[in-house]
Design a protein around this ligand. Sequence first.
Ligand code: DAH
Length: 344
Amino acid sequence: MQEQIQQLEERASQRLHEVASLADLEEVRRALLGKKGELTALLRGMGGVAAGERPRMGQLVNDAKLRIEAMLEARGAELTRIARDAALAAEIIDVTLPARAVPFGRRHPLTQTSDDIVRIFSGLGYEVVEGPEVETLYYNFDALNIGPDHPARDEKDSLFISDNLVMRTETSAVQIHVMESRQPPVKIIAPGRVYRRDAVDRTHSAIFHQVEGLLVDQGVTFGDLKGTLTAFLQQLFEAIPGGSSLRTRFRPHYFPFTEPSAEFDISCIFCGGTGCSTCKGTGWIELGGCGMVHPGVLENVRYDSETYTGFAFGFGIERMAMIKFGIDNIRLFYDNDIRFSQQF
Ligand code: DAH
């Protein structure tokens, strides 16, 4: 019996040594001390021991049980520590690792240009207003002196929603809404989207952005118009080499809602006016239209055209942005490719 106890203890020690996890340790505990365990079996065997020997044997088995329990506990503590160390090693945080790069967006070059335009005109005392993108024929055409037979009314150029509704073809329509709702002096710009039935190419898009400007007061002259646009354009392009000394040119033109009308150009900022591929050898870059508000338009909104005069202008934001940032294809603005917008 004594020998059996000793062998059991040795086996227990050996098995505990081999045990690699807490779950396995629990198994060993059951195999030794459980109801059907080996030590329990030994205790049951006490019946066969001579009565005089029983107390001593009982003592021996009990001592062995205590030692086995102590071994189990020690191994358990050891396995717990090993498991915790492994977990800590797996979860280790290397604070010296560089942080993961957070992708930053950029303001789209059209937004930047539009913001610049608004900032400059705000500095000149202009208020920013917006108008609807769907207009009745009256606002988009008639009120702007574009009669029923005018080519600009042709369905080839305009996107009609119904007989009387059209996607606005120019931001000039906002002029009418503003003048109908207030008395002079009026000093506004109206940025926004416009729509045309145009084929898309490198410099044209069926949807693009314009800024309309309008100033109505007593004694407004064409000289005021020229001075305003020149000051604006020099500020807008001042960051480009030669931009702040660019010259402007006003060429007679026709627009139904202004009289006299002009197109305005800047001296080519790429060649300084000597002629290059951008300005097609002319030394000038065409930017937009302008003129003195047609008396008929003033009368349409019940302004007294004897008392008040005004100027108006309009240009495309895409074109300004293309010049400002040296972008040669209008389609790039609408591709939503972050590699494009990140360059500006
Ligand atoms: N609306 C014109 C266009 O889309 C631009 C324009 C020309 C606006 C002359 C004006 C203006 O206010 O006076 O081409």
